[in-house]
Design a protein around this ligand. Structure first.
Ligand code: SF4
Ligand code: SF4
Length: 244
């Protein structure tokens, strides 16, 4: 390569210019609840490995905070009441917003947190979700480039504004997580990335008491999925910053 500058120009820009496109065809989206009326057959409840769905009469409630995105409920629903969502803006600010229903009650809009709007320094603690960790790493690569939104990952909790948690937080990691949080200066917030971190996922209720991030921590954003797509993780980070 004689001229490195020309080589760089020819390579072009690697960073994706369109933010939050729909999922690529090879990825499976999370289920959503549509307006199509439910027949009450119960097939979705019987097939769900994490008891994420409750059906009462014609009312369906889906807890995305427990959903692994396996797609079984969508495949077996005869009425289209449960359907796949292809959007990547799937993060929310409150746990209640992860509950989807075809009979939604009144909703209190979640408040923005414009605390750390311009930049966010993040310390990740993985409590055992390698797939989620890989997607967090992908969010920092040249394509997704989370740094362009003012987000930087740091090595020490002393330098962090946000604690990003992946994995189901079993007994063995709970103390380490709480110590990491205690080492952070105020203002500080927590982001739960992935269904394991939100509820424990498949491990919930097991002997390891792996039921997700302790609810007494101030969780500013929840990113459902097992694992979530890098755009969904970036969406959660922007929500926590009060920028979406
Ligand atoms: S996609 Fe989610 S809600 Fe549906 S069966 Fe799988 S885990 Fe349960
Ligand atoms: S949502 Fe679909 S699969 Fe579930 S009970 Fe209703 S009709 Fe059956």
């Amino acid at each position: 390569m004689r001229n490195p500058f020309l080589a760089l120009v020819r390579a072009g820009t690697q960073t994706l210019t369109q933010s939050f496109p729909d999922l690529p065809t090879e990825a499976t989206g999370l289920p959503t609840v549509t307006a199509a009326s439910c027949r009450g057959c119960g097939a979705c409840v019987a097939g769900c490995p994490t008891q994420a769905i409750v059906v009462a009469g014609d009312e369906v409630t889906l807890d995305r905070g427990r959903c692994l995105g396996c797609g079984q409920c969508v495949r077996c629903c005869p009425t289209g009441t449960l359907a796949e969502e292809r959007a990547t803006r799937t993060a929310v600010r409150t746990r209640a917003e992860l509950l989807l229903s075809n009979h939604p009650g009144p909703r209190t809009p979640s408040a923005a947190l414009p605390l750390l709007r311009r930049s966010l320094h993040v310390r990740e603690v993985s409590t055992g979700d390698s797939a989620g960790d890989l997607e967090v790493i992908a969010s920092t690569n040249a394509q997704f480039d989370v740094a362009r939104f003012g987000v930087h990952f740091v090595a020490s909790p002393r330098h962090a504004d946000a604690l990003l948690v992946t994995g189901p937080v079993g007994r063995g990691m709970r103390e380490a997580l709480l110590r990491c949080y205690a080492a952070m200066a105020e203002p500080r917030l927590v982001i739960a990335v992935g269904t394991d971190a939100i509820s424990g996922g498949l491990f919930r209720g097991g002997y390891a008491e792996a039921n997700g991030v302790p609810t007494d921590l101030p969780i500013a954003a929840y990113v459902p999925g097992a694992p979530p797509h890098p755009w969904s993780i970036i969406h959660g980070l922007l929500l926590a910053m009060g920028r979406d």
